[in-house]
Design a protein around this ligand. Structure first.
Ligand code: GLU
Length: 302
C-alpha cells in the first residue's frame, strides 16, 4: 500500500516536472538570473593562427561548443528560451572570451556522453565542456585542457532506500547510468553483480528511479547533487565518492595549440577570481563551497 502511494507520488512528481518544462527527462530548474553571473572580458586583438579550430571559429565569428542540457547547476538548457546555463557553460564562456571571441555568441550544441569523441573528431564542435572526465583511453581520441574541477562517482537512491549505502551493496540491484560514461564502465568492471541499465542521459535514469524501474543512479556526485536538490523529499545521495573524475575541456586531438591556449585561459581565470565567481553563481548553489581548483595538466603533445 505504502509502495503504491509512493509510486503514485513519484508519478505525479514526474508528470509535474514534465509539464513544467514541456520536455521529458529534464526536471524544472531555477538557475541564477543572468545579472548575477560574471561578465568575462574579451581579450582584444587576440590571435591564435596556429590553431585550425581557432581560425575557423574566428572567421565564423563564434565558437561552437558541445555541452549537456539536463544536468542541474552544470549544463542546463531552458526549453522556453533555448538559453544554456550552469558551471560548465560559464567555463565555456570564460574560455571563449580569453580566446578573443564574444562569449554571448557561442552556439551551444547538446552532445550526449557517448558521442563526445566523435563530435570532436568530426569537427561538429570546436570544444566540449560537459562533466567530461580526463582519462588515458579518451586521450587517444581527443585532447583535454584542464582539469578545471574534480568530481567523484556517487550513488543516488530513493529517499526510503535502506539497503544501498555504497557500490558494494549493488549486487542484484538495478543501477542506471549513461552509455559511454566512466561511471557506467566502472560498475561494469568492478561491480559485475549489479544489473546495469544504460540510457543516453542521466535525467532519464532519474525518471526511472522515481518510478521504481531502477534502484539507483550512478554518476559524478556533482551531477547527482543537482537531481537530488530538485526533489529532496524523494531522492538522496549515499556513501562516499568512489572514484576521481577530473573534468577537462575536450578539444580536437591534433590541435595542441588550442589545448594549451585553453590551459592558459583557465589558469588566468582561476587567478583573477572569475572561476570562483562562476562556481559561486552555479554549482555553489548546491550548498558546497568553492573548492580549490585542481592543478592544470599541460601535458606534451604525443
Ligand atoms: N564524468 C563522467 C564521464 O565523463 C560522467 C559524467 C558524464 O557522462 O558526462 O564519463
Amino acid at each position: 500500500m505504502l509502495r503504491t502511494t509512493r509510486l503514485f507520488a513519484a508519478l505525479v512528481l514526474t508528470a509535474l516536472a514534465t509539464a513544467a518544462c514541456g520536455k521529458e527527462g529534464s526536471p524544472p530548474t531555477k538557475g541564477p538570473a543572468a545579472g548575477e553571473l560574471p561578465k568575462y572580458q574579451v581579450a582584444e586583438g587576440f590571435e591564435l593562427t596556429k590553431s585550425g579550430t581557432w581560425r575557423k571559429a574566428k572567421s565564423r565569428g563564434r565558437f561552437v561548443v558541445g555541452a549537456k542540457e539536463d544536468q542541474p547547476y552544470l549544463g542546463e538548457k531552458d526549453p522556453a528560451s533555448g538559453r544554456y546555463s550552469g558551471f560548465d557553460i560559464e567555463i565555456a564562456k570564460m574560455v571563449s572570451a580569453s580566446l578573443g571571441l564574444d562569449p554571448g555568441k557561442i552556439s551551444f550544441k547538446t552532445i550526449a556522453s557517448a558521442n563526445r569523441e566523435t563530435a570532436l573528431q568530426n569537427g561538429q564542435i570546436d570544444y566540449y565542456v560537459g562533466t567530461y572526465t580526463i582519462n588515458d583511453l579518451r586521450k587517444k581520441l581527443v585532447g583535454f585542457a584542464g582539469p578545471y574541477y574534480m568530481a567523484g562517482q556517487g550513488l543516488l537512491v530513493r529517499h526510503d532506500e535502506d539497503d544501498i549505502k555504497g557500490p558494494r551493496d549493488l549486487n542484484g540491484k538495478r543501477v542506471c547510468s549513461a552509455a559511454g560514461s566512466t561511471p557506467y564502465q566502472r560498475i561494469k568492471q568492478d561491480y559485475p553483480k549489479a544489473t546495469l541499465v544504460a540510457y543516453d542521459t542521466y535525467s532519464v535514469c532519474v525518471d526511472n528511479l522515481l518510478t521504481y524501474q531502477v534502484d539507483a543512479v550512478t554518476t559524478d556526485d556533482a551531477i547527482l547533487i543537482g537531481y537530488a536538490a530538485k526533489v529532496p523529499d524523494e531522492l538522496k545521495l549515499v556513501g562516499k565518492p568512489f572514484s576521481k573524475e577530473p573534468y577537462g575541456i575536450g578539444v580536437p586531438r591534433g590541435d595542441t595549440t588550442l589545448r594549451l591556449a585553453i590551459d592558459d585561459a583557465l589558469a588566468a581565470r582561476e587567478k583573477n577570481g572569475d572561476w570562483k565567481k562562476a562556481y559561486d553563481a552555479t554549482l555553489g548553489l548546491s550548498g558546497v563551497p568553492a573548492p580549490k581548483p585542481p592543478a592544470i595538466d599541460r601535458y606534451p603533445a604525443s
